[in-house]
Design a protein around this ligand. Structure first.
Ligand code: E4P
Length: 224
């Protein structure tokens, strides 16, 4: 399973990239606004230099012509840009065009299995179902992931990867992995939560204390 980080904060991206566990990045207009970055294009170039994997950069327009122009421009910024388009008729038309010329496309704002089928037919590299936002309105976000994974598995010609998005807690990630979601895009705070378990902390404290009682060292003393 691939882990993308869901942020436009370059400092956080650099910190997580250093762990070696990061496979890509997703941004969106809200995350860019939150980051305070003054120049979106320069930000995407910097993120693409920091992380080797796909970096989702979202178009801002909603009409086909402008969206396509923006998508073509964003695709030229770096080899690892995945142009992000909304799941609308115009967005899928742009997806079809860009994927046809070999550009990675992430179709975002997917809220139903029917929409995910359309994204696959449009040649999307990734489809992003937003599980947290469905949970927020009393629906079952993870059921959507299960449904899409089941549908895609029946059609080998669908090459689209299921990118679980709008992740709110570690259990979303675990459930997505159990269901066979190819990717999860995760906010930095939740990636940090994935490491945590109280028994790990307790066990480590005991090992450190017992090792000190031994009075031994693993590394030889360095010559002065
Ligand atoms: C995905 O690409 C989106 O950026 C993101 O996961 C949306 O999450 P939110 O619902 O927490 O805004």
């Amino acid at each position: 399973m691939k882990f993308f980080v869901d942020t436009a904060d370059l400092t956080e991206i650099k910190e997580l990239a250093a762990t070696g566990l990061l496979d890509g990045v997703t941004t969106n207009p809200s995350l860019v606004a939150k980051s305070g970055a003054a120049n979106f294009v320069e930000l995407i170039k910097d993120i693409c230099k920091t992380v080797e994997g796909p970096v989702s950069a979202e178009v801002a327009a909603t009409d086909y012509e402008t969206m396509l122009e923006e998508g073509l421009y964003l695709a030229k910024l770096a080899k690892n840009v995945a142009v992000k388009v909304p799941l609308t008729p115009a967005g899928l038309k742009v997806c079809k065009h860009l994927s046809g010329q070999g550009t990675m496309v992430n179709v975002t704002l997917c809220f139903s299995p029917a929409q995910a089928i359309l994204a696959a037919k449009a040649g999307a590299t990734f489809v992003s179902p937003f599980v947290g936002r469905l949970d927020d309105i009393g629906e079952n976000g993870m059921q959507l992931i299960a449904d899409i994974c089941q549908i895609y598995a029946q059609y080998p010609e669908f090459k689209t990867e299921v990118l679980t998005a709008s992740v709110r807690h570690p259990q979303h990630v675990v459930q997505a992995a159990l269901m066979g979601s190819h990717v999860a895009t995760i906010p930095p705070s939740i990636i940090k939560q994935l490491f945590a378990h109280p028994l790990t902390d307790k066990g480590l404290a005991a090992f450190v204390a017992d090792w000190q009682k031994c009075g031994q060292k693993i590394l030889p003393s360095k010559a002065a």
